[in-house]
Design a protein around this ligand. Structure first.
Ligand SMILES: Nc1ncnc2c1ncn2[C@@H]1O[C@H](COP(=O)(O)OP(=O)(O)O)[C@@H](O)[C@H]1O
Ligand SMILES: [Mg+2]
Length: 252
C-alpha cells in the first residue's frame, strides 16, 4: 500500500539575509485509501508544504525527509515525482495558450506511464473520464487553463486525477474562493478517488466549508509552519464552530 511520509520537514524561502523559515518541523503520513485534511489560518505555510512536496525551486528544504514507499522524493526531479505516483494540484494553475487540454493530458499520461498511449485508446479513455465527470466534450479542445472558471479549473484537476491515477494526490484548495459549483466538483472527485482505496488524498484548505461534502479520515490543524493538532472529522466540526484562534497561539 502506497505511503507518503513527511518527517520533521523544515523549509525556507528567500536567499541570503532574506531567508525565512516557513515550515518548522512537519510530520505527516498519508496512505492510499485515506483522506487527510490540512486546515489552518492564512499564512500558516499550507501552500508551502504543497510546493515543497512538488519540488518548486523557490522553496529550500533545510532538513527533514519526504518519502514515497521508502523512496526519497526530495531527490527526485519534478517529472520523477509524477512518475512515482505523486499528483500535486496547485492553487494557481498556469495558463498555456495554444496547448489544448487534450494535448496536455496526453503528455501528462505519457510522462507518468513512461510511454505514449495509442491516440485512439487515449481518446476513448479521456472521453470516458470526461463523461464520468459530466464534462462537456468541447472542453478537451480548450487552451490549458486559459479563461477557465473556478469550476472548470477544478474539473480539469479532477480529470487529471482520473487519467493519471496517482498513489498520492495533494490538492491545495486554500483561499481560492471556490464557488459552490467548484466545491462540489472537487468534493465529488475526491470522494470517488478515496472510494477506490488506491489513492491517498491530502486536501489542503483554509475553509471548513468543503468538509461538509468531503469526510476526511484525519484532520490536521496547521499553524506557524507545523501540525499543532490532529484528530478525526470531529476536529473539522470544532474548527467550523470555534475557528483557529486557540491553535494560532499554540503554533507560535
Ligand atoms: N515565495 C515566497 N517568498 C516569500 N515569502 C513566501 C513565499 N511563499 C510563502 N511565503 C510566506 O510564507 C508564509 C506562508 O505562506 P503560505 O504557505 O502561502 O501559507 P498558506 O497557504 O497557509 O496561506 C507567508 O508568510 C508567506 O508570505
Ligand atoms: Mg495557501
Amino acid at each position: 500500500m502506497a505511503t507518503l511520509e513527511i518527517r520533521d520537514l523544515h523549509v525556507s524561502v528567500g536567499d541570503g539575509e532574506e531567508t525565512k523559515e516557513i515550515l518548522r518541523g512537519v510530520d505527516l503520513t498519508v496512505k492510499a485509501g485515506e483522506t487527510h485534511a490540512i486546515m489552518g489560518p492564512n499564512g500558516s505555510g499550507k501552500s508551502t508544504l504543497a510546493y515543497a512536496i512538488a519540488g518548486h525551486p523557490k522553496y529550500t528544504i533545510t532538513s527533514g525527509s519526504v518519502t514515497l514507499d521508502g523512496e526519497d522524493v526530495l531527490e527526485m526531479s519534478v517529472d520523477e515525482r509524477a512518475r512515482a505516483g505523486l499528483f500535486l494540484a496547485m492553487q494557481y494553475p498556469v495558463e498555456v495558450p495554444g496547448v489544448s487540454v487534450s494535448n496536455f493530458l496526453r503528455s501528462a499520461v505519457t510522462a507518468v506511464r513512461g510511454e505514449a498511449p495509442k491516440l485512439r485508446e487515449f481518446s476513448k479513455e479521456m472521453k470516458a473520464a470526461m463523461d464520468a465527470l459530466s464534462i462537456d466534450p468541447a472542453f478537451a479542445q480548450r487552451s490549458l487553463n486559459e479563461g477557465f472558471s473556478g469550476g472548470e479549473k477544478k474539473r480539469h484537476e479532477i480529470l487529471q486525477l482520473e487519467m493519471l491515477k496517482p498513489k498520492i494526490a495533494v490538492l491545495d484548495e486554500t483561499d481560492s474562493g471556490l464557488d459552490v459549483d467548484a466545491l462540489k466538483v472537487v468534493s465529488e472527485g475526491v470522494n470517488r478517488f478515496s472510494g477506490t482505496g488506491d489513492t491517498g488524498v491530502l486536501l489542503i484548505t483554509h475553509y471548513t466549508r468543503i468538509l461538509r461534502y468531503v469526510k476526511p479520515d484525519f484532520v490536521h490543524v496547521f499553524a506557524g509552519g507545523r501540525v499543532v493538532a490532529q484528530g478525526g472529522p470531529e476536529l473539522a466540526e470544532e474548527l467550523e464552530n470555534e475557528g483557529y484562534e486557540k491553535y494560532v497561539k499554540a503554533g507560535v
